[in-house]
Write a protein of this length. Structure first.
Length: 282
């Protein structure tokens, strides 16, 4: 069941022109609209990829379906989507994607960039290997995005991985793989990777993901987020199940790139890539 939006607070940064809203559950959500400037499918992508990441234990925001009423639009300021060249469009009422807001409204609690000394001290640095595995599996065609937040009395930050909208190649729902797609911009987060053990347990969870678990997530997506094209979302699920056998290969292509992201992982070490079934079991 969707959560009812009650108040629009402000526009957020980013190409999707999302809004920070308060909902009937009393929490803050970052909402992306069906008629955003990027693509309708990014709502489905966000829900699917973020819930997959959560299922394997990665630090991602809680996700929900947020409902906007026509009354809320009529009584809110700045509920327009700007497509450029003078073209603007009112945000549509209906069901939209909500990602729970990380941090609070007080300045200084949350950042999307940290200086190198603080970045090196991020509490869950190891998870950057896990989210890399997920981004390679889901064909994220954007750079890896995250925000850093800390508790009031803590000096160290925790990374939360956000913006999964460009997984599955955004609105195309295909997988034109490339070594540098879906990776974080700074090598610091990968410098402690020493081999396949650094990707555990997230990589194994992805490789062993049961078809029923994936299909349950796909079934949670509102049909209007993918033009009610049941064949398209079924095909997406089939492709993801087949791609489980390629995650290690895709990680290796990044390892062997000119970025040299894993200086502690010797390229001469032997690699065992498990053979995964090409078809989902009946």
């Amino acid at each position: 069941m969707a959560i009812q939006a009650t108040m629009v607070i402000r526009r957020m940064r980013g190409g999707a022109q999302s809004r920070l809203i308060c909902a009937a559950d009393g929490t803050l959500w970052v909402v992306k609209f069906q008629n955003n400037p990027q693509h309708l499918f990014i709502l489905a992508n966000e829900l699917i990829a973020t819930r997959l990441a959560a299922k394997v234990g990665l630090s991602v925001p809680e996700t929900e379906i947020i409902e906007f009423s026509p009354w809320l639009y009529a009584n809110s300021v700045d509920c327009e989507i700007d497509f450029g060249r003078g073209r603007k469009e009112q945000c549509l009422p209906g069901l939209h994607f909500g990602s729970r807001f990380i941090g609070g409204l007080v300045p200084g609690e949350t950042f999307d960039y940290l200086p190198e000394p603080q970045l090196e001290e991020v509490l869950n640095m190891a998870e950057f290997a896990g989210i890399l595995a997920l981004d390679k599996w889901t064909g994220n065609c954007d750079g890896r995005q995250c925000v850093f937040s800390r508790e009031p009395k803590s000096k160290r930050y925790k990374a939360t991985f956000i913006d999964q909208g460009f997984c599955f190649n955004a609105g195309d729902w295909n997988f034109p793989d490339s070594p540098l797609r879906g990776v974080y911009a700074r090598n610091t987060v990968y410098e402690q990777v020493t081999g396949w053990d650094s990707f555990s347990p997230w990589l194994e969870h992805l490789e062993e993901l049961q078809p029923d678990a994936l299909m349950e997530i796909l079934a949670s997506v509102p049909p209007e987020w993918y033009d009610s094209d049941a064949e398209a979302i079924e095909k997406l699920g089939e492709q993801l199940l087949k791609r489980r056998s390629r995650i290690r290969e895709l990680i290796l292509s990044f390892r062997n790139s000119d970025r040299n992201p894993f200086p502690l992982w010797a390229k001469t070490s032997s690699v065992a890539v498990p053979q995964m079934p090409l078809e989902a079991p009946n």
